[in-house]
Structures are given as C-alpha cells and as structure tokens.
Design a protein around this ligand. Structure first.
Ligand code: PGA
Length: 251
C-alpha cells in the first residue's frame, strides 16, 4: 500500500485527480468507481478544472458509483444521483450512457444488485475505485458486520451512519433506513483502489483500517487484502499511523 500524506484536503483532492487524469491520458478508455461524501469533493473540483482548462476528456470514461439511498428519486437533492450530477457529471463531457449510479427506486430489490454487478463486468471491471471511509469503518455503505466477500445488494444503515447523515438531512428521522451499495467483494474486484480521508476525526478509523486486523467490524480493513492501493490522506487523518509514509512520484 502506498500512503501519501497531503498537507490539506485540497492537495489531497488534486493528487487523487492527478492519478485519475494520468490513467485517462494513458489509456483513454477507463472505468472509474466513484464515491460521494465530503471527502472527494476537492478531487471532483480538480477533475473539472483539468477538463475545462487542460482538455482532459471523459468521452471514453465509464463510471460506477458505490451506493445510493433507497427511496430517494434521482432528482431528490439528498440523493447521490443529485450529488454526482451537480458536483461532477454536469461539468464534464461524459456521455450519459456511461454513467451508472445504483437505482434508489428499484422495482425489484433483489435484481438490482445482480444487474449492477453484471454491468460492471460488461464494462470490463473497474480500473480505479475511489473510496472514502466512514468513522465507523464503513466503505460504500458496507457497515460493520458486512460480509467481506459481498457484492452489490440492499442493506440497512447503522444508527451511527444515520446520525452522521442527519447533518445533511436535517434530522436522523429523515435519513433513509435502507440503501443499495456495492459490496466489499465488488470493491476488491477493482484493479486499483484510491482511498481518501481527511480530518482528525478519521485518525482512529484510518489506524484501524490500515494497521488493525482485517475484520468485518471494520469493512475498510479489506484494503489490506488488495494488491494495488494508493492512500492519499491528510496529515491529521494519518497522525496515528506507524506505517512508513511514501512519496509517490508524479503526484
Ligand atoms: P465523508 O464520508 O467523506 O463525508 O466523511 C465518508 C463515508 O462515510 O464514506
């Protein structure tokens, strides 16, 4: 695992964007796994800048988002569809047909996960999966207790995550109880994982995920099983790590 410590969240985002931009420039046609939340916002901002100012093209990029709330329509301002279009897709030249965000209003909750996995395989699998990390160790919406081999399926949120999300929804009661999320196994099937974290409030979970036991109680600890992980984290989030921190050439 490469661990790159950034001085602040903006630099973290710029470095993550640079890894993705290099891959797009080298290969042209790539499949990206994308995350929502506060953490990846500076990365999206920099990717948009690279598109507008430096001609980075997303015309052959395909995307798969990690998760979505069940019961929220795509145009609901709290949905991850809405987040992705307003923070990223509306500002780049990605074809609509290349965008995949799990359906929050599925007619068949069993089938929707299976179809999502089939679409990932049909696209040629995920080249770079971007991950944030929840304070309780979740990745995507794989909460503590999730199977480490799981694939995309619907799940119920933990109370801890609903309390965190209440900041955006206004109150915990308004946060949907059910979600659809790529599984830990889906994430491990990607070719390269970029995990991002910032803030002192993530220091405990970064320590647990990177240096603690691989356990279903900390689903983010699955990154220890992956062959190709780049962690880009701010100094305050990295504060408890004892692993050596490496400088990554070119980012
Ligand atoms: P955050 O969320 O980026 O808003 O901290 C991360 C997560 O819960 O996965």
């Amino acid at each position: 695992m490469l661990i790159n410590v950034a001085p602040d969240i903006e630099t973290m985002g710029i470095r993550a964007a640079r890894v993705i931009a290099n891959e797009i420039r080298n290969k042209g046609r790539i499949v990206l796994g994308l995350a929502t939340g506060r953490t990846p916002l500076p990365m999206y901002k920099e990717l948009i800048r690279l598109h507008k100012e430096e001609g980075l093209s997303f015309s052959h990029v395909t995307t798969f988002n990690l998760d979505e709330y069940i019961g929220l329509a795509a145009d609901d301002p709290h949905s991850y569809h809405h987040y992705m279009f307003s923070n990223f897709f509306n500002h780049i030249n990605i074809p609509r047909k290349n965008i995949h965000v799990p359906d929050g209003m599925p007619a068949d909750k069993e089938a929707v996960g299976i179809e999502y996995e089939e679409a990932i395989v049909k696209a040629g699998r995920i080249d770079i999966q971007v991950l944030g990390i929840g304070r309780n160790g979740h990745v995507g919406f794989n909460e503590p207790g999730s199977s480490l081999g799981s694939l995309t399926r619907t799940k119920y949120l933990s109370e801890a995550t609903r309390r965190e999300a209440a900041k955006e929804f206004g109150s915990p009661e308004k946060v949907p109880k059910e979600v659809i999320t790529m599984g830990c196994g889906s994430i491990l099937n990607s070719r390269h994982i970029i995990i991002l974290a910032s803030g002192v409030e993530k220091a405990d979970v970064i320590k647990a995920a990177f240096e603690g036991p691989i356990t279903t109680m900390c689903p983010a600890s699955i990154i220890q099983l992956h062959r190709n992980v780049t962690a880009i984290i701010t100094a305050d989030a990295a504060a408890q790590l004892t692993l050596p921190v490496e400088d990554i050439m070119g980012i």
